[in-house]
Design a protein around this ligand. Sequence first.
Ligand SMILES: Nc1ncnc2c1ncn2[C@@H]1O[C@H](COP(=O)(O)OP(=O)(O)OP(=O)(O)O)[C@@H](O)[C@H]1O
Ligand SMILES: [Mg+2]
Length: 229
Amino acid sequence: MPEPIIEISNANIYQGDNLVLQDVNLTVNKGEFVYLVGKTGTGKSSLLKTLYGELTLTEGQAMVAGFEIRNIDWRKVPYLRRNLGVVFQDFQLLTDRNVNDNLKFVLKATGWTDNKLMDEKILDVLDKVGLKAKGFKMPFELSGGEQQRIDIARALLNSPKLILADEPTGNLDPETSDEIMNLLFHICRDFNTAIVMATHDYIVVQKFPARMIRTERGKVIDNATITME
Ligand SMILES: Nc1ncnc2c1ncn2[C@@H]1O[C@H](COP(=O)(O)OP(=O)(O)OP(=O)(O)O)[C@@H](O)[C@H]1O
Ligand SMILES: [Mg+2]
């Protein structure tokens, strides 16, 4: 039996007073990879932001990684975030410290205290993204693709069962973008982590096929065909 990690029913998603997505119904199961496609401004980021508690859901129901998120108490949002990983297109590492210290900063912010355990965890996630040797590098010493891998490592720190990625290949050349896609598929397959990835990138979607949902004219359409504009 597939087990849902995201279950949304009859949700309306607003930006301010503006209804961006109406009557959203969507289930994503554990370990599934799902693309979120759709033209610019149609609500992909708004949907992801709702799922990670950046936008509050006020109409409809949604369960995300075990949390009921409708009208979620802001004090509970950090606990929700600990159960999912978020990857952005343009995430900036703190420029004044190396990769290890960037990751340690995030661990401390999410309640970790034991230095030995933190060091082990950091090595573990760097290993998972193929950058075990780069912990002592400063951000400016990393390529764009390496920085994106570090962002994925950051998302893995709390061993999430769900990763939400907003255009994670948006700033990368095709070759580097393939590497990131291979990494995300590997994480999905080997750790049974569900991934919802918003993208514009038609080439990526064709090359790495998976289930697609689309935002279009205020709706979320499931099993969209592969045509993208
Ligand atoms: N912070 C905000 N305040 C008010 N309106 C916003 C805000 N962010 C987005 N919107 C509006 O909400 C709608 C959906 O935007 P959203 O960013 O979710 O689209 P998107 O599909 O992610 O677009 P893109 O492909 O360009 O990233 C747009 O009309 C946008 O102008
Ligand atoms: Mg967006």
